[in-house]
Write a protein that binds this ligand. Structure first.
Ligand code: FEO
Length: 168
């Protein structure tokens, strides 16, 4: 594997670890404010980010690369509302989609087909990641100013099974 690709994959491993950290921080905000359903949903989201990170970890290793762990930056810990959290989650997922797309471009430029194929799982995954949080943004806007609606959404978020995740 080219050194430039190895470096880029290590950077993405760190981005996924930061995603885990960010969603864990969001989960703790929800817990603190009494939104147990949203907190459970965010914990599940954080766990998925750790799975993403480990996919990069194992892929780098399998290609005889070296995983170099970097410092994970401190995530934000205060938000103004559940809507504010999900809007920021959506913005973060859009950023991650951009990172994955850039990685695909780099892998293709380098004729690294194995990395290209590996990344295709993430390309598909990002469509769902953005859709999941985008749906929350839309629905939270609908119930703005209606505490009953927010209460119901919190309950629903805690009960709703994740839509995928059987695949690896
Ligand atoms: Fe690993 Fe939510 O993207």
């Amino acid at each position: 594997m080219l050194e430039s690709i190895e470096k880029a994959l290590n950077k993405q491993l760190n981005e996924e670890l930061y995603s885990w950290y960010l969603y864990l921080s969001m989960a703790s905000w929800f817990e603190d404010k009494g939104y147990q359903g949203f907190a459970a949903w965010m914990h599940a989201q954080a766990q998925e980010e750790m799975i993403h990170a480990m996919k990069f970890y194992h892929f780098i290793s399998d290609r005889n690369g070296r995983v170099i762990l970097q410092q994970i930056k401190t995530p934000k810990n205060e938000w103004s509302s559940p809507l504010n959290i999900f809007e920021e989650s959506l913005a973060h997922e859009q950023y991650i989609t951009g990172c994955i797309n850039d990685l695909v471009t780099e892998a293709r430029k380098s004729n690294d087909h194995a990395t290209d194929v590996f990344l295709q799982w993430f390309v598909t995954e990002q469509v769902e990641e953005e859709d999941n949080v985008g749906t929350f943004v839309d629905r939270l806007k609908m119930v703005e100013g209606a505490p009953g609606g927010l209460f119901m959404m919190d309950q629903e978020a805690g009960n709703r099974p994740r839509r995928r995740r059987a695949r690896s």
